[in-house]
Design a protein around this ligand. Structure first.
Ligand code: SAM
Length: 218
């Protein structure tokens, strides 16, 4: 697939839009300016809109998140180079690449087998290395815990306890929590063993977090 001057121009425009919505972290804006988002859209009819600040279908009833949402969650997560990050909901891999561009050592888990299989092949083809897993991320990924940061890219009914357990001390979890229609973005910081600081941000709309401690268990 080609990454033309026209695509690059559209990306610069997208960066302006995301910046105008309040994203300040230059490294996140640089990542959005670098990643060819049109490579991630499955439907050629959508290619023209790849750099609109919108979510799009990626198959299996799932979506690639809106770039502003990706940037907002990444900014809240405050990823530093070398940090161990767990992403719940690999999806297209776009958010994963933004985290890798921030220098994360990334573990990412996806519930839909077809998306897992596609993305674990596609990201290395683009030159990005991550640890890909297929399974229920509402239970976290205990084998490699604890994590410095955890990001959930699907809407949860409640905060899954496994994710809190698998955070290191000082670690942060960014997760949208709410009902099927709207979810509030939360940032939970594990300030000491058994002690969390909770911050609330504005509302978003995500596809549902499935699995035992997602909507299936409710
Ligand atoms: N980060 C993705 C991206 O950049 O394309 C966002 C994809 S979409 C908004 C959310 C993803 O979460 C979907 O791919 C969905 O299949 C996945 N998902 C939902 N419930 C899950 C669960 N329990 N464990 C792992 N992934 C889950």
């Amino acid at each position: 697939m080609e990454d033309s001057y026209r695509h690059k121009g559209m990306r610069r425009q997208l960066v302006k839009v995301v910046r105008s919505k309040g994203i300040k972290d230059e490294s996140i804006l640089a990542a959005i300016g670098k990643i060819p988002r049109h490579f991630f859209l499955m439907d050629s009819a959508l290619m023209e809109h790849a750099y609109d600040d919108k979510a799009f279908p990626i198959g299996e009833g799932q979506t690639i998140s809106q770039p502003y949402t990706v940037a907002f969650q990444t900014e809240l997560l405050q990823v530093k180079p070398g940090e161990k990050v767990l992403e719940i909901g690999t999806g297209s891999g776009y958010q994963a690449i933004v985290l890798l561009e921030m220098g994360a050592k990334l573990y990412t888990i996806e519930y839909q087998k077809k998306l897992y299989e596609r993305t674990k092949v596609f990201l290395p083809q683009l030159g990005y290395k991550a640890n890909f897993f297929y399974g229920d991320g509402s239970m976290g990924l205990k084998r490699f815990a604890p994590y410095d940061k955890i990001i959930v890219t699907a809407g949860a009914p409640t905060v899954p306890t496994a994710l809190i357990d698998q955070l290191s001390i000082g670690g942060m979890l960014v997760i949208p929590v709410g009902n099927a229609k709207t979810q509030k973005m939360l940032r939970l910081t594990k300030v000491a063993p058994g002690k969390l600081r909770k911050e609330e941000f504005h509302d978003f709309k995500f596809v549902p977090l499935l699995g035992e401690d997602g909507w299936k268990g409710k």
